[in-house]
Ligand binder design. Structure first.
Ligand code: R5P
Length: 292
């Protein structure tokens, strides 16, 4: 199996190749034509090989690069192509919310799978998006990776900032053997949220070391509000952890001002990407390869 890195996921692709037993790893040549169009070229011998292509699709340029690389790998005669999309852009528009809108995630899925034999992604906004693929599609989760780093800290209580994250926090609670709770979240606009504690018997908060888990940190509004709320109840320390760290604008600094530690996985390159989902992706690839 050969691993090829898209420009958005070079480090993670290299880690995946190591997890696959140091399988051959390559970075394609890319450049821009004078008119701005993208040029890609994959090197090496790919004929009759199984190829893993890793590329996060955070920007439109990265999506185009992925599609061109898929085509190039097919053109080079690869036997099977496994496409790994660590952060699946457009996943949040997974259905039309108003008349006239597309299900953007589905549109992307259709184009990605044209040249792929299977697709692997990580913590989709909605697992339902897997149904948009007609080829085998799998979702790894950042939970085991984040658990590896939380194990090294004192954590008494796990917090999901919203009800949508209950499965994630429950899973983490199972791994770490800790209690959890989910906050009530009301989104005011794309930059602001209101968070409250749920109306139920709550575990003690004062003096506790808490960890907030989210799938995505984007503007940081959710994590900042969650940390502020928990500090009002006099928690001792707050760790924030997410699978996908977008950290838009000054999110990183705002979170660091209210949290003691901040971790994200390496689905997106960022200063907090201290834990890797490479073992979890490699496990799915090995299983998929063996099953065919
Ligand atoms: C929402 O459904 C997600 O789980 C995240 O809570 C959200 O995307 C975080 O966004 P922000 O960092 O902008 O509050």
């Amino acid at each position: 199996m050969q691993v090829i890195a898209g420009s958005a996921s070079t480090s993670l692709a290299e880690r995946v190749s190591r997890e696959l037993g140091n399988s051959p790893f390559a970075i394609p040549f890319t450049k821009r034509f004078p008119d701005g169009e993208l040029y890609v070229r994959v090197g090496g011998r790919l004929a009759d090989e199984d190829v893993v292509l890793v590329q996060t699709t955070r920007t439109d340029e990265q999506i185009l690069e992925l599609l061109l690389l898929e085509e190039a790998i097919r053109e080079a005669g690869a036997r099977r192509l496994f496409v790994v999309i660590p952060y699946f852009g457009y996943a949040r528009q997974d259905r039309p919310f108003y008349p006239g809108e597309p299900a953007s995630a589905r549109a992307l899925a259709h184009h990605v799978e044209l040249a792929a034999d299977a697709v692997v992604t990580v913590d989709l906004h909605s697992t339902e998006t897997l149904r948009s693929f007609s080829k085998p599609a799998y979702e790894a989760t950042g939970v085991p990776a984040i658990a590896r780093v939380l194990r090294e800290r004192t954590v008494d209580l796990l917090i999901s900032p919203d009800k949508g994250g209950v499965d994630r926090v429950r899973r983490m609670a199972g791994i770490l053997g800790k209690p959890w709770l989910a906050l009530e979240k009301k989104r005011i606009d794309s930059d602001h949220v209101e968070l409250t504690l749920p109306e139920q018997d709550l575990p003690p908060l004062e003096g506790q070391h808490v960890a907030i888990l989210d799938d995505v940190i984007s503007t940081g509004g959710t994590i900042v509000e969650a940390a502020r709320l928990l500090h009002r109840y006099k928690v001792a320390t707050v760790v924030a952890a997410c699978t996908h760290g977008l950290f838009l604008r000054d999110a990183f600094e705002r979170i660091k001002a209210v949290c003691d530690h901040l971790y994200s996985t390496d689905t997106l390159d960022n200063p907090a990407d201290k834990v890797s989902v490479a073992p979890d992706i490699a496990q799915i690839l090995q299983r998929e390869c063996a099953s065919r």
